[in-house]
Write a protein that binds this ligand. Structure first.
Ligand SMILES: C[S@@+](CC[C@H](N)C(=O)[O-])C[C@H]1O[C@@H](n2cnc3c(N)ncnc32)[C@H](O)[C@@H]1O
Length: 289
């Protein structure tokens, strides 16, 4: 199945995308991402590009919260089905006039260079083998001095995210939710950012709460069962992991996701030309996987 068809199929079949209300972890996860972006970034953005519209189609909705107080959000997703769900959620929040949905491949975005102030992705580029192309595209479209954020799954996650996802894929339990994802080391993510000539590079992690419990929470929320929401132990665990993550930066090394932030300083024109030839795998044609 080709990528657009696969993700359109996911849009129809994923329990996550059909979950009616935010689960308790959705709320914590969103707050953590908003806090992180506030801490790492300048916040001085009028036009934001976010890769994939999945979060906005579900109940985490990071992008919709980024523009709560103003600005425009451009979402690029290969699936019309997922994009349409994101638009419905944006309309519920009366934000549709500030959301610009583009159904396209994020490895070749139909956007002019330097057209946004900030670009971000949270668990997107690892879904394609040419993840470095997607990263390059995120940098290409950001203006000089603008910020780029790329979050990917962490190979060093203490709750063994990579192994758990692999097992679930082998068992065929993940196909309706997502395709196999690559996991990264912090050093790999930093190398990628350096290869794209980003400046002021910073790396951290987010979402320390065990992924297995997050999946369970989403599954229960979809089924309309509020056992976990009412469980004092579950709430205590969620709070404790969240506080640890906020208080101890060291703990974030082992979080579910790692994120790199960098500032684009290519110098007008020249660096753009040279980097488009040099970016890793740049000559590879995007493949459907
Ligand atoms: C599993 S979801 C992303 C999960 C989400 N970012 C998160 O952290 O929960 C993958 C999303 O990326 C989109 N996607 C996958 N490959 C793509 C590509 N090559 N170009 C654009 N969108 C793509 C899919 O349609 C889907 O919305």
């Amino acid at each position: 199945m080709k990528l657009p068809e696969y993700w359109d199929w996911v849009a129809e079949h994923s329990f996550h995308l059909r979950q009616p209300n935010p689960s308790i972890t959705d709320i914590y996860y969103r707050k953590l991402v908003l806090t992180l972006i506030n801490q790492l970034g300048s916040g001085n953005w009028r036009r934001i590009l976010k890769l994939d519209a999945y979060n906005e189609a579900t109940n985490t909705q990071y992008g919709l919260y980024f523009i709560k107080d103003g600005g425009d959000l451009i979402l690029v997703d290969i699936s019309y089905g997922i994009a349409r769900k994101a638009l419905v959620k944006a309309a519920e929040k009366r934000l549709s006039h500030r959301i610009h949905l583009i159904v396209a491949d994020f490895r070749r975005m139909p956007l002019r260079p330097e057209c946004v102030d900030m670009s971000c992705s949270f668990g997107s580029i690892e879904h394609v083998p040419e993840y470095s192309l997607a990263f390059y595209e995120q940098v290409r479209v950001v203006r000089e001095g603008g910020e780029v954020f790329v979050g990917v799954p962490n190979l060093l996650n203490f709750s063994l995210r990579a192994l758990s996802a692999k097992i679930l894929h082998i068992m065929g339990l993940m196909t309706r939710m997502t395709n196999p994802e690559r996991h990264f080391l912090g050093s790999q993510l930093i190398s990628l950012a350096r290869s794209l000539n980003l400046d002021d590079i910073a790396l951290t992690g987010y979402h320390l709460f065990p992924k297995q419990l997050r999946w369970l929470d989403l599954w229960m929320a979809y089924r309309g069962v509020d056992t976990l929401k009412r469980s004092r132990l579950f709430r205590w665990l969620l709070k404790t992991f969240t506080l640890m993550e906020l208080k101890y930066s060291f703990a974030r090394v082992f979080a579910e996701m790692i994120i790199v932030k960098g500032v684009k300083r290519w110098g007008r024109g020249t660096a753009l030309r040279s980097l488009s030839g040099e970016a890793i795998d740049i000559d590879q044609q995007p493949q459907s996987t």
